[in-house]
Design a protein around this ligand. Structure first.
Ligand code: ME8
Length: 498
């Protein structure tokens, strides 16, 4: 079994922000969970470095586009370890191998008869690097995303014959119903397809910052075709001396936000059909992180700096907050106040305290050793079903619901501590066996929830599982088997922030 998951490749015209961290964290949770199942996982992220926005930003700074790309790509690369993203490769669209693959695939698309010359005229947003359809334009001829005036552009270009894929795309959406998720986004993409597809520019003539078109030196490829192909090209050179395409293509899940739905849900499958390549299993579209109601973006300048949050609270806290507070798939507002509240009440009090209390009690009443006792039947129903439930939800990319399912168990364990009151049992005559079982059950429960939480909170759960003497991080360790042995003391997992 293999599992290949991707994030969008991010534009290097400015610095990474929380929105980028969000998609990368979500993909990382999926990658880590699938590794826990013992699958061969490949997790790809990277940077999109060609196109007009990058050329313009470099021009404004008085530097070469390559220099700007090098500088900013490095900041995105540096974001991954800071948020504990376990990506297997970081692709840059300026990589020579990527460029060669784009030229190869798009030449094939031309050879297959899907490229022709034509004139394009339309309203163009230089920041989106995209022409806008008439029904997408805001009043006053403004870009609905960037709120800047659109320009009327006319260009002789090579076109990709998107219109010829209308029927095949409709059939794809019918046969592979989960191709785009959630359903609301599927319907949106499908109605765009049904409204009639027009051929789209494949190349740009006036630009030089792009992948050269092999059959016409006056053109470069339109940045979106270059960018989309990253998902395919990366596999051919990510591992030196090896081509992973046969083992890993097609991708299992492309994670994106709704801003780039049309490119991934319409252009991308059509392009792959034109190149006669297998299609991805799923494109999953999450919502926007909003601050004061508006989408965060570099060009709007209302960004919450992920590096600052991590410095104060650690990366686990950021990962947890984003996937817990905003229902994955929907838009959601984020704020420092709700972040601090979740940190305090859930991470520190519910999970962190549960761990500290259980470990402290094992030391106080049993000198740090847990007995072999079986899991209390009162807990077994809920704990035994947990791993299967979480896996099924993650298969549907229900990352928030999967976390909810785990968190219900964390809360159940806290209630169990209160109900069984080990401190009372410790004083009761003849309750030694019961106390053994309660403590053992709590240790089993902590292990189960921590293994399931591991993809979300890799650092804290790692520390806790080490303290419990559990070295296995795979889903097998989420089975409810009893295990006797010594456990170590633990520093608070989520201390009060400075
Ligand atoms: O679109 N909320 O790059 P980009 C949630 N290079 N997610 C957000 C977000 C927000 N406020 N802001 C950004 C591009 N994102 C192209 C992609 S792919 C072949 C080429 C995330 O730097 C989200 O994943 O503008 C969104 O789709 C992506 O960043 C856009 O990144």
């Amino acid at each position: 079994m293999s599992f290949y998951v991707t994030t969008p490749i991010y534009y290097v015209n400015a610095a990474p922000h929380l929105g980028h961290a969000y998609t990368t964290i979500a993909a990382d949770v999926m990658a880590r969970h699938h590794r826990q199942r013992g699958e061969e996982v490949f997790f790809l992220t990277g940077t999109d470095e060609h196109g007009e926005p990058v050329a313009d930003a470099a021009h404004a700074l008085g530097i070469d586009p390559q220099e700007l790309a090098d500088r900013n790509s490095e900041r995105f690369r540096a974001l991954a370890p800071r948020i504990d993203a376990s990506n297997d490769f970081f692709i840059r669209t300026t990589d020579a191998e990527h460029i060669a693959k784009v030229q190869e695939v798009l030449s094939l698309v031309r050879k297959n008869g899907y490229v022709h010359k034509g004139v394009y005229e339309g309203w163009y947003c230089p920041k989106c690097a995209d022409f806008k359809a008439e029904n997408e334009i805001d009043e006053g001829n403004l870009c609905p995303i960037h709120h800047i005036p659109l320009t009327r552009e006319q260009e002789e270009n090579y076109f990709f014959a998107l219109s010829r894929f209308q029927q095949r795309l409709e059939a794809l959406y019918e046969e592979q119903r989960g191709f785009v998720g959630p359903t609301s986004r599927r319907n949106e993409a499908l109605s765009f397809i049904r409204s009639g597809l027009r051929d789209v520019p494949l190349t740009r003539r006036r630009l030089t910052w792009g992948v050269p078109v092999p059959w016409d030196s006056q053109h470069v490829f339109y940045v979106w075709f270059d960018a989309l192909l990253n998902y395919f090209s990366a596999l051919s050179y990510a591992r030196p001396g090896e081509d992973l395409t046969g083992a890993l293509w097609p991708a299992d899940c492309h994670l994106i936000a709704k801003d780039i739905l049309r490119f991934h849900a319409v252009y991308w499958p059509a392009l792959l059909m034109a190149a006669e390549l297998p299609l991805p299993r799923r494109v999953f579209v999450h919502g926007y992180l909003l601050m004061e109601g508006e989408k965060m973006s570099k060009s709007l300048g209302n960004v919450l700096d992920p590096f600052e949050v991590i410095d104060r609270f650690g990366s686990d806290a950021l990962r947890f907050y984003l996937l817990r507070d905003v229902s994955f798939g929907q838009d959601g507002s984020v704020s420092t106040a709700s972040f601090e509240q979740r940190y305090e009440s859930e991470l520190a009090n519910e999970y962190g305290n549960l761990a500290s209390r259980v470990i402290a009690m094992v030391h106080r009443y049993r000198d740090g050793t847990v007995s072999e006792a079986e899991l209390d039947p009162e807990l077994s129903d809920e704990l035994e079903g947990a791993a299967a439930e979480v896996s099924a939800l993650i298969d549907e990319v229900e990352l928030t619901q999967a976390l909810d399912a785990i968190w219900r168990r964390v809360r159940r364990l806290n209630r169990y501590v209160e109900e069984r009151a080990p401190w009372r049992l410790a004083k009761e005559e003849g309750a030694a066996a019961e106390l053994d079982q309660v403590l053992a059950s709590l240790v089993i429960g902590l292990r189960v929830v921590s293994v399931l939480l591991h993809p979300y909170l890799p650092a804290a759960t790692g520390v806790l599982l080490d303290a419990l003497g559990v070295s296995d991080r795979s889903l097998k360790a989420a089975a409810c088997t009893s295990a006797s042995g010594g456990i170590s003391r633990l520093e608070p997992l989520f201390p009060k922030a400075e």
